[in-house]
Write a protein that binds this ligand. Sequence first.
Ligand code: GUN
Ligand code: FE
Length: 446
Amino acid sequence: MTREKHVFIGLIAYSKSLKDLSIYPGFLAVEYGKITKKGSVAEFETLNEAGAFSNYKIIKLKDDQFLMPGLVDCHTHAPQFPNIGLGLDRALLEWLSKYTFPLEQRYGDSEFASKVYDTVVQRLLNNGTTTACYFGSLHLEGTLELVKTAIKHHQRALIGKVSMNVKNDAGYYNDTKKEIAEVETFIQEVLKYKSELVQPVVTPRFAISCDKELLTALAKISQKYQCRIQSHLSENRDEVDYVLQMYSDCKTYSDIYDNCHILNERCIMAHAIHLSDEEIQLLGSKGVSIAHCPASNTRLKSGLCPVRKYLDNNLTIGLGTDVAGGDNASIIDAMRRAMDVSTHLELTGNNDYCINWKEAFYLATLGGAKALKLEDKIGNFDAGKDFDALLIDVYVNEGQINEYESTEHAEEHAVSLLQRFIYLGDDRNIVQVYVNGNKVKDILTK
Ligand code: GUN
Ligand code: FE
């Protein structure tokens, strides 16, 4: 398909809110990439008999298949993919200087950038990540390669050229004036594509890599273009100590960003693990979103992010893979790791901190959409939204989920399928992927 009129009939699963999961046999009509109608099987039959779908292609799902919204990765580093699985026995600051900065420096070579980014974008689409919020590298041209690649493969993406102006051992930073000019050029170049799917994000790396002058200038640019702004916040205790020494006039890490006018409803902060109650309050009042990256937080021993506490304080949260701090480029894995981290918090004395599988599913879809301020377009199957969707086959050949004779009723069967996919599924179970109605993966018809 590409973007004609289609009706899917079968099991449909999506979140209405954190606590409200919808899963039912029904239909979903899609016209030119937008969801136009949905309802029960009986409603489909009535409409169909009246000829409402006479010029639609009708796609009937099998018993063990279901349709769900595309996965949203709120935080990942495209240039770090060649390092995935390396150096994860180090802590954040050492890992950055030994592994990450030297690799990212190579993206001054746009040909290298183009090659890597082509595999990154295809890998994420294969994993069902229909929307990704990316950090690029320090390089203007190199990061524009990522923009071109996302557009080419029809991935929905927010993409940032990374900003850094504080010296480091790797020599990986920019002159302040040059950096400010390049960020503005980057935004203008991205906007020239007039892409429905790809938007620029202002991307100060973190407060260790950017001084106050640069942070303030970047906040102004994001204000001027009304684009999003993303960074890292309170990931690691040594990092927090270091920034508080650098910015000795600030009481907390969040205060640093607030003083530079970075905190607002267009802002997405990765990690945010070690926050005081005042900081939680501040982030909530400014409408800042958090990208929770459990795999990275465990691998780099950064900490256990208290997601339940943040949700209870009305913070907006999505999931991130944070490759290559994270060791897995799949948001299915991020759902499981988020459940694990929250369970470990509960097991170590924090009552009711556990996130259940329905909540993890929400964070991976609608929660992520809200965190990226894209919930008017994606995140669930409300009529009027863009059709970003995954067709899941739970008992796909050669997958790892075993099928046993089932005596379940239809409703139990539906819930079992979704649970098994969340706990055990992988890219093999994702048999089709759609972004804005474009079919970007199809292993059904191969
Ligand atoms: N803090 C600053 N830069 C980075 C990065 O590349 N990865 C992670 N996980 N944290 C960071
Ligand atoms: Fe990161």
